[in-house]
Design a protein around this ligand. Sequence first.
Ligand code: HGY
Ligand code: MN
Ligand code: MN
Length: 417
Amino acid sequence: MSDPTFAGAGYAEGPGFNAMWRELEPLGRCRETSGYRRFAWTPQDADCRAWFRAQAVARGLHHEIDGNGNQWAWLGDRSAGGAVATGSHLDSVPDGGAFDGPLGVVSAFAALDELHRRGARPQHPLVVVNFTDEEGARFGLSCVGSRLATGLLDRAQAAELRDAKGTGLLHAMERAGHDPEFVGPDPERLAALSAFVELHVEQGRALADTAHPVGVASAIWPHGRWRFDFSGEGNHAGTTRLADRRDPMLTYAGTVLAAREEARLAEALATFGRVDVEPGAVNAIASRVSGWLDSRAADEETLDRVVAGIERAAVERGGRDGVQVAVVRESFTSRVVFADALRDRLARRLADRAGPVPVLPTGAGHDAGILAGSVPTAMLYVRNPTGVSHAPAEYATEEDCLAGVTALADVLEELAC
Ligand code: HGY
Ligand code: MN
Ligand code: MN
C-alpha cells in the first residue's frame, strides 16, 4: 500500500466522532467515581488498544504496533517517508477524565474521515498514533512510549520501572501479550515522519472565556517528579509520648506546606498528589512516608530553585522531627518550545477559516513535547469550559470537539496534501 491517497488505500469512512466517542467512553470507567482507570498494560488498556485497532482496520488503514507498544494506523506506506502523524494517548491518570488523550485519538480518526469526505488527495502518508503509557500512572514515569521511541528513556532504565506491586514494565508488557524484545529507540520510524500534530483538550481555562474553540500551543513548561522518602520510627499511637516520637508524617506535612509556599513565591507549581505510608495503621505512628512531588515552572532555573527550596525545608523540618529525608528525581522534562515555523503555518491555516487563533503555553506534559526534539511537532488545544483536567469534570462540548476535528483536518490537509 505505497499509494498514500484514500483511493489507494481503499479507505472506508468510520462511524463518525460521536459514535466513536460512545464506543470508547465506557472502557475503563470506574462506576463509583465516573473517573477512568486506564493504566498501561492492564485489561482496561487492552480494551482501548483493541478499540484503536478496530478503528484502523475498519478504515482499511495498516495497523502496526512498534517495539515499544505504540500503535500506528497508516494511510500509505511508512517507507515512502514524509508522513504526517497525528494522535495522542488512550491511558489515563487514576480517576482521570474522558478527554485527556482520547480526544486527540478520536479526533485523528475523525479528521481522516473528514479529509476523505473533502476529496483530499494526500501526497504523503498519514498516520494515526496511540502512544502507550503517556500518564505514567502505573510505572511512575510519564510518556514512556514516546520517551523510548526517541531514546530519552533507554531499555535498561525501562527495565527498572516497577508498579506498586513490584511488577516490572517489561514483564507487564509480556503478560499483556506484547513481546518486549524490541523495546528501545526507534529512529527509523521517527525519521519517516515529517510532522506530528497532537490535538488535546485544554487543561486550563485560557480558551474558556474566549470566542475560540481551538488554540495552538507555543511551549510546555519544564516539569518533573521527585520522590521524598521520610524515615522515622514506627511506634504505638496510644503509648508513645509526643516528645519521644520520630514521626515522618509531621515532616511530610511540613514539606507539603513548604512546597505550596515555594511555588507561590516563584509563581511556579508544586503538588504532592500521591503519598504512601508504612505501615499505614490508624493506631501506629508511621515508620516511613513517601510523597511524590510534581513541580513545574516557566523556566528551568525557577524550577530548580523551587525544588531545592522544598528539599531544604524538608531536611530542616526532618532535623527537628528526628526524621531522615532522602530525595530522588524520578523524571524530568525540559522546557519545550514548539517549532516556530510549523506553529505559525498551522496558525495561519486555521486563521483562514476562523480568524486569528490564540497561541498558548501550558504546564501539562505531552508526547508531542517528547517528540519535539526529533520531529517537527505542533499541538492544537480544544476549549475546556471547566478548565478541569485529570479529574472526571474534564470536559469539552460536542460543538467544540467537532470544531477541533475540522481544525485538525485543515492542518493535516495543509501538511500532507
Ligand atoms: O502530567 C502531565 O502533564 C500530562 O498530562 N501527562
Ligand atoms: Mn494528562
Ligand atoms: Mn494527555
